[in-house]
Ligand binder design. Structure first.
Ligand code: SF4
Length: 349
């Protein structure tokens, strides 16, 4: 229990004052945990505040349209998180009279809720003895115990989970989990942690054996694949074309400009020829320089083609909608498109 006493003392002194630490409302903890899964706290904080203000409870989230939820999430990336939140809120509202699941097992039944999120919510809100393991926790444990197995491999994950469970303070698992995550985020950081000022300095295996810089060991992920995307910004009489993305990918259900996807870069001539069906009466005004956008498994090289039409084709190509310049901002779009729209002036709309 020495570990627990030291950890809690460190947490008491160093914890950041964050809004989700002032509540035990499982809805709010759920939203904060999902936002923070792949987002830094400084970036996620404003999204959390905005999301809770827009959808203060599970009923309001369930009642919203998918478009409203995606719009509120715009810029955070990993949009499946927002779609899953929405689907889970609808499930809670429709199947259990709006009552949020009150156990780890019940939480696991919600769409998008895995071991990590279920352990965080059940320990913080219901005092259930479930150890949370995120990237920060696995780094701390790998160093404390000198684990040389890859922490993202099957055997390493199992070992870290078992040790996290062994360390868990069963009298106050919620505080313990938050303290260990915070210790990893603020003190036992990936590069050059302050080992001399660390409460675990004397027992930390990595420090004793001089392996702090080598641990945790991780299996390297796949190298991102390059992809070229050519977005056609068709404008006519103050309106612009959007399409809704139906592909089963990270941008599913978001809006975009009609796009040509390619596995190799296109020449300017190929770019001009690509929208063949619009050749008559189409003036290409500008082709943007390449905009690079990095996703976890993909490097996108995007170019935006500004094209003005004399009149819309009749009928409009399947999936096209025409939107006035004023209403454009109401549509959820990928961050790549959002940033580009912010950087240019649609003065001819
Ligand atoms: S001694 Fe260093 S490596 Fe070990 S837990 Fe403390 S900060 Fe992390």
């Amino acid at each position: 229990m020495k570990f627990v006493i030291k950890l809690h003392a460190w947490y008491k002194k160093n914890r950041r004052d964050l809004p989700w630490r002032q509540t035990r409302d499982p809805y709010k903890i759920w939203i904060s945990e999902v936002i923070l899964q792949q987002t830094r706290i400084d970036q996620g904080l404003n999204y959390y505040l905005r999301f809770i203000e827009t959808f203060p409870d599970v009923a309001s989230l369930a009642a919203a349209s998918e478009e409203q939820v995606l719009k509120c999430w715009q810029g955070l990336g990993y949009y499946s998180r927002a779609r899953n939140l929405h689907a889970a809120a609808r499930h809670v509202a429709g199947h259990s009279g709006g009552r949020f699941p009150d156990s780890y097992e019940g939480l696991l039944k919600l769409k998008g809720v895995g071991n990590y999120t279920a352990a965080a919510i059940s320990s913080i809100c219901y005092g259930e003895a479930r150890a949370v393991v995120d990237g920060n926790v696995s780094r701390v444990i790998a160093r404390l115990y000198g684990i040389e197995e890859a922490v993202n491999g099957t055997a390493g994950k199992k070992l870290v989970a078992a040790l996290a469970d062994e360390l868990l303070d069963r009298a106050d698992p919620g505080t313990h989990n938050q303290a260990l995550m915070e210790f990893g985020a603020l003190h036992c950081v990936p590069h050059a942690p302050d080992c001399t000022g660390c409460p675990f300095e004397e027992e930390c295996e990595a420090r004793i054996t001089g392996q702090v810089d080598q641990l945790p060991v991780k299996i390297q992920g796949r190298k991102p694949v390059d992809r070229w995307m050519y977005f056609y910004i068709y404008v006519c009489n103050g309106e612009i074309v959007l399409t809704r993305r139906n592909e089963q990918d990270i941008w599913k259900s978001l809006y975009q400009f009609p796009v040509v996807d390619a596995t190799t870069p296109l020449t300017d001539l190929q770019i001009m020829k690509a929208p063949g069906q619009l050749a008559t009466g189409t003036t290409i005004r500008k082709i943007s320089p390449e905009v690079r956008h990095q996703l976890t498994h993909r490097t996108i090289h995007a170019r935006f083609i500004h094209a003005e039409l004399e009149r819309w084709p009749d009928p409009l190509p399947s999936g096209w909608i025409t939107v006035s310049g004023q209403r454009l901002n109401g549509y959820p779009v990928p961050q790549l498109i959002h940033r580009y729209m912010e950087s240019i002036n649609f003065s001819y709309l």
